[in-house]
Design a protein around this ligand. Sequence first.
Ligand SMILES: C[S@@+](CC[C@H](N)C(=O)[O-])C[C@H]1O[C@@H](n2cnc3c(N)ncnc32)[C@H](O)[C@@H]1O
Length: 349
Amino acid sequence: MAALAVAAHLTRQRKRKSRAEDDAVTRRDWGLGGAPADPSVAAPLPSLLAPRRLRAAGFALGRRPSPRGEAQGERRRTRRGSRGEASRTAAGGDGAAAESHPPPPRTPRAKFVYGNYKAYYGYRYARAADGSPRGPEPRVRALREELFRGKDCLDVGCNAGRLTVDVALRYGCRSMLGVDIDARLIAKANALLRAPPAPAAPRSNADFKALLLRPAVRFVHCNFVQQPRCAALPPAASLDTVLCLSTSKWVHLNFGDAGVRCLFRRAYDCLRPGGHFVLEPQPWSSYRKRANLTPCIALHYKQIQLRPHQFVECLLGEIGFRSVEELEVPYAEEDSAGFKRRPLLVLTK
Ligand SMILES: C[S@@+](CC[C@H](N)C(=O)[O-])C[C@H]1O[C@@H](n2cnc3c(N)ncnc32)[C@H](O)[C@@H]1O
């Protein structure tokens, strides 16, 4: 059994290493300058003796709900034949990202074609030993208060709205609009507003004020890059901050280079001069795993020319942002290496 565990660990280690080498996403690769990271450091391995590793290797250590398992269970159920839930959207040609988003695909494997995972927040982060979440998520802590306090904000690809509400409450936005292409996720997000989870004891006076002066949070179902532009989106130059976290890959795969350019341009257009676009792009290496999710994605994957490491160049040179900086995200050691490879960028209009 122990030998099996070691073999499984070594296989995983080899896969991770080759992925890191393949992509070797470094600060310089993202167009941010700085010394290239050692790819072997980019994917730190948890100890073989970590309970999660041992469970994965088949050791029975007693039951503890695994958030990753929950997501995997969901995928298994999907394979057995449930219907997809995301709205499928036609890919657009040059400049036109999408026409509309007609009914869900039947292909079970295409269930999360937009990255519209139902249990996203359940498996994105490592949990405490007792299985409970470890407080506000690292990206929320990394964000700077001045980007949000008293500001009008938009979250593109808000999923079930958890992070959106966290940011709005923690930093006291004046208004926050979350948009997502998946109507069910938006329904979940709206349910969050109707019955917000009992807030943790306010951590500071600022938190307390944020709870009292609850900002106007709204969620709207829309494809951010659809053509023509969704009427529910804020008018030009009306926002201070646009968030777009871990969503660019899905826009890219479903709508191609034209879709990503449309995403960047629309974010830019919504912002007031001096406003900020907070972007967490996924690296190119993570695209390959999803490259055959649908025929449309497979086609776009082959045609992509604007790779994620060229985004900064595009945002500054083509779209018109004035500057870019990277925020440090306080990930825990045991958080997934894949998520740690994503930079958190702040672009200023
Ligand atoms: C991987 S999740 C990220 C969720 C959240 N932003 C975060 O990082 O915690 C990507 C989200 O983007 C949404 N999405 C993908 N394409 C979209 C589009 N064209 N317009 C709006 N939302 C989109 C998906 O439905 C999904 O909820």
